[in-house]
Design a protein around this ligand. Structure first.
Ligand code: ASP
Length: 726
């Protein structure tokens, strides 16, 4: 049955959606994270919404999306005219961690600023607000000429994309411009953003609320997590975007979202706008098989090892635990998500379902001479592409982990690459080394340096080397040969001793200087980690070049696949999510995860207490139980008499939609998206009405907690919410 549903979804994709909605159906939920350019084609009334397309996005005036921001890799919403942003606790997590010490453990106890002056700078956080977009596919694709080999093709496209951004920014100082690839090899859009660089932490509930249920409940429904926090955007005294300075002033957003004190009821339509990260629904079965066989199991294995090691290391030492907290959280989140995906692929027999759909497509291609000529090889070539990729994936993943897992190695490589890339013209550099991204790159390294844990990095590097010795292509790398031993005998101790004898580069001030140095100057300092980075540079460059070559091979195939699929189905596709602004709608509704089980779409504080039976992950903060028992809910109880905690709904979301406001039919904030249910981890490959559910915090819980645990009514008043009983 599920298979049949899936087949239907694959065949029709997001395409039929427009048909369903157009046919004045009752409020519905459908697949699709729609770009703003698609809004005009949707029948929002039939979707149960009272807002129009122009209420959501309006290039000539104000609209809801002017109040919705991209906050780092998350989303957030302006909820006051003083730049107050509502987002997730897990989105503010690093800022809360950065501000925490053993004495002021804001992660454990929560943080609540008493006034604007007490708000804590959230270093490295930025805010983007989409101003406009423009299709530049023709201009970008014009950079590709017949004489280019695949790697040159990728470079030409990248260069043209960068030139667009740089030209636009030069002509419009203060704005940020970015070309996003909507469909690889086919469609490119220039997005223009207001870009704010001073973001501060305003309120975060204690972790016992913000991460109630911990990893056990992550990606799980029923849920009772208050995954929210408040931040604030600041600008210079002249109102222009500026880096942090104490005398900056709160940003005045062009549009503020109205917060509803009433929330929503099951069955009501909702919608969300935000910045979903990545989905892969338009990819081939061979891509999915590759992830399933190779990338995801290897990643889960490595992340699980790190989690166990890092958790044990931090167990007895809160300082260290805080330093490692963001890392551990991120590893858990991805590892569990991948486990959900692997399980989902097996449970739904997803690869076979995709193959069956491709067989139909291939029959369609074969039926016509011209189609045969143009598209006949697309699927077989993709098959070969991923078979070849599988041969180098363990080696390439290993080098990726070498860059990311021991943080000191990441800093050394970034410094080295920055020195090398800085010798090139701006539009030929890697993004991290471009002038416009320099501050962000430096800040990222400084944050890693401020929380440097040599013992953690050393053990992780030791384990990585051990694992590297098991991969033939890694053993062959010139610089590693002696250490890993071609016969698999590792002699890493001397290298580790040498490397960790000098960790000067993990000094935030040193990094400021080092970012201005040439490769020769970096070499002159004889810092072992920098020398290793320099010695491995060829290998990293080779992997990057291979990536470009493969992209140059793959993208025309993906473009052709999208084209012929469009012909087969008679419509275009909604592009996969790519970090750009999207709209999605659905209903507050439950689902059946398995035989005889039906999930309700709303949890309450009573359910929260039911979970609190002694496990520390499910311990509510001091005072909460008493408030619940006394029914001290103010105006925030729902019709059943309890404050709702979390809601479940059928909008189409993925990573990056974290922090997206959940809006009612009139566009008022009734919740805050933060997760998906276990079965919906598979959304990134296949959405289905039967199981695709997102999870949000009910706004009434946000307001009740902020009122009771966040120093009273101050923030509520700022959002225009009164606690007086109606
Ligand atoms: N909690 C999720 C995340 O890690 C949100 C999602 O993927 O739906 O980003």
């Amino acid at each position: 049955m599920i298979r049949a549903i899936l087949m239907r979804t694959f065949l029709t994709g997001a395409v039929t959606v427009l048909g369903i909605v157009g046919a004045a159906a009752p409020a519905n939920a459908v697949e699709g994270m729609f770009p703003m350019s698609e809004l005009g084609r949707l029948d929002l009334t039939a979707a149960g919404l009272d807002v129009t397309a122009a209420d959501i996005f309006n290039p000539d005036g104000l609209a809801l999306v002017d109040g919705i921001v991209k906050l780092g890799g998350c989303t957030g919403a302006f909820v006051s005219d003083q730049g107050l942003i509502l987002t997730n606790h897990h989105c503010g997590f690093r800022a809360i961690r950065d501000a925490s010490t053993v004495e002021h453990d804001y992660l454990a106890e929560g943080f609540s600023s008493a006034s604007f002056q007490d708000e804590i700078p959230a270093a490295g956080y930025t805010v983007r607000i989409t101003q406009s977009y423009q299709d530049v596919s023709k201009e970008v694709l014009a950079s590709i000429t017949d004489d280019l080999d695949p790697a040159e093709r990728t470079r030409a496209v990248e260069k043209r994309m960068k030139q667009f951004s740089l030209d636009y920014e030069a002509a419009h100082p203060g704005l940020r411009a970015e070309v996003s690839e909507m469909v690889p090899g086919k469609s490119y859009v220039l997005f223009v953003y207001t870009y704010l660089k001073d973001v501060r932490l305003v309120y975060a509930p204690p972790q016992a609320i913000g991460n109630f249920g911990g990893e056990e409940d992550n990606w799980i429904w029923p849920r009772h997590t208050g995954d929210f926090s408040f931040m604030r955007a600041y600008v210079g005294p002249d109102g222009e975007p500026a880096a942090y300075r104490p005398d900056n002033v709160p940003y005045r957003p062009r549009r503020v979202l109205q917060v509803s004190g009433q929330g929503v009821e099951p069955g009501e339509p909702v919608f969300t706008c935000g910045y979903p990260g990545r989905t892969y629904r338009q990819r081939s079965s061979s891509f999915l098989a590759h992830l399933n066989r190779c990338t995801m199991p290897l990643t889960v294995d490595w992340y699980t090892w790190q989690i166990e090691y890092l958790e044990a290391l931090g167990a007895e030492d809160r300082d260290r635990q805080l330093a490692l907290a963001s890392r551990v959280r991120g590893l858990h989140n991805t590892a569990k998500n991948y486990r959900g995906k692997l399980q989902g692929i097996a449970r739904l027999d997803l690869i076979a379902a995709k193959q069956a759909q491709e067989k139909e497509l291939q029959d369609f291609i074969r039926a016509d001479k011209d189609r045969r000529r143009r598209y006949g090889n697309v699927l077989p070539e993709l098959e070969k592409f991923y078979a070849d990729l599988g041969k180098v994936t363990p080696y390439e993943l290993w080098f990726g982990w070498l860059r990311r897992s021991p943080e000191v190695m990441g800093v050394a490589l970034t410094l080295w690459e920055n020195a090398r890339e800085s010798e090139k013209p701006e539009d030929e550099r890697d993004a991290a080394s471009m002038e416009r991204n320099r501050d962000q790159t430096l800040r990222g390294m400084q944050i890693a340096a401020e929380h440097f844990e040599p013992q953690a990095d050393r053990m992780i590097l030791a384990e990585l080397l051990r694992r590297g010795a098991e991969i033939k292509q890694v053993r062959k790398v010139e610089r590693l040969k002696r250490v890993l031993g071609e016969d698999g005998q590792i002699e890493a101790e001397d290298l580790l001793e040498h490397l960790f004898s000098d960790t000067r580069l993990m000094d935030p001030d040193f990094l400021v200087q080092a970012m201005t140095m040439s490769p020769a100057q970096l070499r002159d300092m004889q810092i072992p980690f920098l020398d290793l980075a320099a010695d491995l540079d060829d290998e990293f460059q080779h992997i990057k070049e291979e990536g470009k070559r493969r992209k140059g091979l793959r993208d025309p195939l993906l473009a052709a696949l999208a084209e012929v699929r469009g012909q087969f189905l008679g419509k275009d596709f909604i592009p996969d999510a790519n970090g750009t602004l999207r709209f999605s709608f659905g209903i507050i509704e439950g689902y059946s995860p398995r035989d005889a089980v039906l999930y309700q779409p709303l949890t309450t504080v009573q359910g929260l207490l039911e979970k609190a039976t002694g496990d520390p992950a499910y311990a509510p903060p001091d005072g909460m139980r008493e408030l619940i028992v006394a029914r001290d809910f103010g105006p925030f109880a729902a019709s059943g008499g309890n404050v709702p905690v979390d809601i479940l709904y059928s909008t189409d979301t993925t990573g990056g939609c974290s922090g997206s406001p959940v809006l009612d039919a009139g566009g008022r904030v009734v919740g805050l998206n933060f997760d998906r249910a276990w079965e919906a981890t598979i959304n990134d490959f296949a959405w289905d009405r039967a199981y695709s559910r997102s999870i949000g915090v009910d706004i009434r819980y946000v307001l009740w907690v902020t009122w009771k645990f966040g120093q009273g009514e101050r923030l509520l008043e700022e959002m225009g919410i009164s606690v007086a009983q109606p």
